[in-house]
Design a protein around this ligand. Structure first.
Ligand code: SF4
Length: 455
């Protein structure tokens, strides 16, 4: 108990979530749009599997904990105007694609994708399919907000080929929901799952958040018990990222009692024990999947991937993001679209590229990205394998990482193996901390201030 208390105190630090490397704060203002186009053309000189991400930024009301890039509105016309530009962006990018490319993964995120009307969803799905040929067993996932969902939305999703739904629930208790301005009775969640299953969308993820006002280990156990009655295939349980200096609405949460780092750590321990004893495997650092689910198998086989959508089973595909604020990961480049809605519209209307930020990996970034992603997915590193892949002596290459790693080994977060390291059960709860040992940019205090705490 004493040791655990010390660990939490020591490692509750600001650190990236490593959905990219380098993390997005290191992307730079775009100076060479032609370089981005050259990269896309070069990647399309051969046929490849593709992942597409579609950002629908609109939400009907603001959840005060939210850290996403969104636009709060209740005007339906806003989505019509946005979709016009989105279609134009899709069309212009599709003309650069190799005709042999196949979409293996399509993800609608937000904001709220189901802010669109059912017919807008149908039209968007049809257009994407016309422009980007789909692989037969592709995954089409949509983030769903049950609060304004209708059964016709669900029918529309099924018609466009949706086979995975991520349902945002966060917490089922009323006191928590009031404090975060997101009232969502359990009946609404049950109805959503029933509609999805009736429509043949059988792969159901539930998103929860821990670290919100009024939550305790016991209250969150109640939430887990309620959500398990929905029988989801996967849980994504995110640590609430409290960054009120970047997201002012989060200041409204400070009025209420919030769980401290030690309580949050107890919640994490509870949920791991609870879900792993209920037939779920613990994936990476914040996902749980039914034993036998693709994500569990990918973790066992060493083929798990990590990208902007979290953990994924689809390897080796370039990710093309569409819509404001979306991020593309194409070969060794990252491109991010403008975050302002009017500016996005203006750029598309004027025939300009939507991106305002870019990053191209250096040789060192490539090695570190690979190393950090394998650590986050496999929970172990074999320096010989890393060295063979990149033609380096990994032990000396990462000599600068050794001091923090020795410290983490002494704290019981990792075990040193003859040729690398393995993350311990305790260490899994500090995975972001362990990854920082391989992050060449982690010392930058300005960027660090933008990250949330690890515990
Ligand atoms: S629905 Fe999602 S994106 Fe929209 S405000 Fe709430 S948390 Fe943010």
């Amino acid at each position: 108990m004493g040791h655990r208390h010390e660990l939490v105190t020591k490692y509750s630090r600001q650190a990236p979530r490593y959905t990219s490397y380098p993390p997005a704060p290191h992307f730079m203002d775009m100076e060479h749009p032609q370089r981005a186009l050259d990269l896309i053309d070069e990647r399309n000189s051969v046929a490849r599997p593709l992942s597409l991400y579609i950002h629908i930024p609109f939400c009907a009301s603001l959840c005060w904990y939210c850290g996403c890039t969104k636009v709060i509105t209740r005007r339906e016309g806003d989505s019509t105007a946005y979709l016009k530009r989105l279609y134009s962006e899709l069309e212009s990018m599709s003309s650069r694609m190799n005709s042999g490319n196949r979409v293996v993964q399509l993800h609608f995120g937000g904001g709220t994708p189901t802010f669109l009307t059912p017919d807008e969803l149908r039209e968007t799905g049809r257009r994407i399919r016309d422009l980007f040929p789909f692989e037969r067993d592709m995954e089409l996932a949509v983030e769903i907000d049950p609060r304004r969902l209708t059964e016709d939305h669900v029918r529309a999703l099924a018609e466009i080929g949706c086979n995975r739904a991520s349902i945002g629930i966060q917490d089922v208790r009323e006191d928590v929901q009031k404090a975060i301005n997101r009232i969502q009775p359990m009946e609404t969640n049950e109805r959503t799952v029933r509609w999805l299953r009736d429509a043949g969308i059988n792969s159901i993820n539930v998103d929860l958040i821990y670290g919100l006002p009024f939550q305790t280990r016991e209250s969150f156990e109640d939430t887990l018990a309620a959500v398990k009655t929905l029988d989801p295939d996967r849980f994504a349980i995110f640590h609430y990222a409290h960054v009120p200096w970047m997201m002012p609405s989060q200041k409204l949460l400070d009025r209420h009692p919030m769980p401290d780092a030690h309580e949050k750590f107890a919640m994490l321990e509870m949920m791991i024990a609870n879900l792993t004893s209920s037939g779920y495997s613990y994936i990476g650092m914040d996902h749980f999947a039914r034993t036998g689910d693709d994500l569990s198998l990918a973790q066992q086989n060493g083929t798990l991937q990590r990208n902007f959508q979290g953990y994924s089973t689809r390897a080796d595909s370039d990710i093309y993001g569409f819509g404001m604020s979306s991020i593309s990961q194409i070969g060794d480049g990252y491109l991010q679209s403008v975050k302002d809605l009017d500016e996005y519209h203006r750029r598309i209307d004027e025939g300009l590229l939507p991106w305002s930020r870019e990053y191209y990996l250096t040789d060192d970034d490539r090695i570190r990205r690979h190393t950090i992603m394998r650590l986050m997915c496999d929970l172990e590193l074999d320096f010989r394998a890393v060295g063979d892949l990149w033609g380096i002596d990994a032990s000396s290459y990462f000599a600068g990482s050794l001091a923090p790693l020795e410290d983490m080994a002494a704290d019981g977060l990792i075990d040193r193996t003859p040729h690398g390291l393995r993350v311990t059960e305790t260490g899994r709860m500090f995975l972001r901390n362990i990854a920082t040992a391989f992050d060449a940019y982690y010392g930058d205090p300005q960027k660090k201030a933008r990250y949330s705490r690890t515990v």
